[in-house]
Design a binder for this molecule. Structure first.
Ligand code: CAA
Length: 246
């Protein structure tokens, strides 16, 4: 099957970049979403170009419904039809619940969960109408098991599992699959921002004894996006080095 556009939200971040590269290696035309006027965008495009990738970029704040609809319209008109959507954009605002401000709750819920509604809403009907689509939502081991200091993040990432299963049922007969990936601790900036002593304590609990590599998540996305994965839908795929065995 001809490979059209794969859109990766938060495509210029640690996981996002690896996901973009794995999808490109599989022949998809990759569009990396980022915030409007995102300062590192030009450098990211230049760096990935130098590494041999021809990525497109699409600006939209994923917390803004109208911006997401406009972004989808523009990609479909100017780059091509979106067959793959990776809802990857996400942030952390970790704090113990008693110290967590409403601003920290709202920021994580809107970026990590509302975003899935905002970006998927304009794309899913197009996929269903065309009879093919792959929606891959990046959840987290901490959405599956809950995490001390992450009431906001755990709630949003667990919410992603719910929307994944609901949407999978709605579009299963239309050739569209909807799945969630629940990565464990992957060596990106987000994880490296955890205090060193806390990080060391976490890695000590991972049975394989190391953090994950971003490309391990990217390659799983590429597999789920492929024709080979047509019978997987509504699933949560754990990829966490054994940290939590579902
Ligand atoms: N379970 C039980 N108790 C814990 C704990 C845990 N996991 N972590 C810390 N505590 C305890 C501490 O031992 C400490 O106890 P005492 O007061 O008795 O010494 C108490 O809770 C307070 O801990 P801190 O000193 O760390 O408190 P803090 O306010 O300075 O920091 C925190 C709180 C920001 C939540 C910090 O503990 C932290 O960063 N934790 C890690 C959270 C985490 O795992 N985030 C994942 C980010 S990466 C990501 O999200 C990607 C992904 O998908 C996996």
């Amino acid at each position: 099957m001809a490979k059209n556009v794969a859109l990766v939200t938060g495509g210029m971040g640690g996981l996002g970049t690896a996901i973009c590269k794995s999808l490109a290696a599989d022949g998809w035309k990759v569009v990396a979403n980022c915030l409007p006027d995102f300062p590192p965008a030009a450098e990211w495009l230049a760096k990935t170009k130098a590494d041999g990738y021809d990525f497109f970029m699409a600006e939209a704040d994923v917390t803004d419904f109208d911006q997401c609809a406009a972004m989808v319209k523009k990609i479909e008109a100017e780059i091509g039809q979106i067959d793959v959507l990776i809802n990857n954009a996400g942030i952390t605002r970790d704090a113990m619940f008693r110290k967590m401000g409403k601003d920290q709750w709202d920021a994580v819920m809107s970026t990590n969960l509302d975003s899935v509604f905002n970006v998927t809403h304009p794309i899913l009907p197009l996929m269903a109408e065309r009879g093919f689509g792959r929606v891959i939502n990046i959840s987290s081991v901490n959405g599956v098991k809950g995490q001390f200091g992450q009431a906001n993040y755990s709630a949003a990432k667990a919410g992603i599992l719910g929307i994944t299963k609901a949407l999978a049922q709605e579009v299963a007969k239309k050739g569209v699959t909807v799945n969630a990936i629940a990565p464990g601790y992957v060596g990106t900036e987000m994880v490296m921002a955890i205090k060193e002593e806390v990080r060391d304590a976490i890695v000590a609990t991972v049975p394989v004894g190391r953090f994950g590599k971003p490309e391990e998540i990217g390659d799983l996305c590429a597999y789920l996006a492929s024709d080979k994965a047509g019978y997987i839908t509504g699933a949560t795929i754990n990829i966490n080095g054994g940290l939590h065995m579902g």
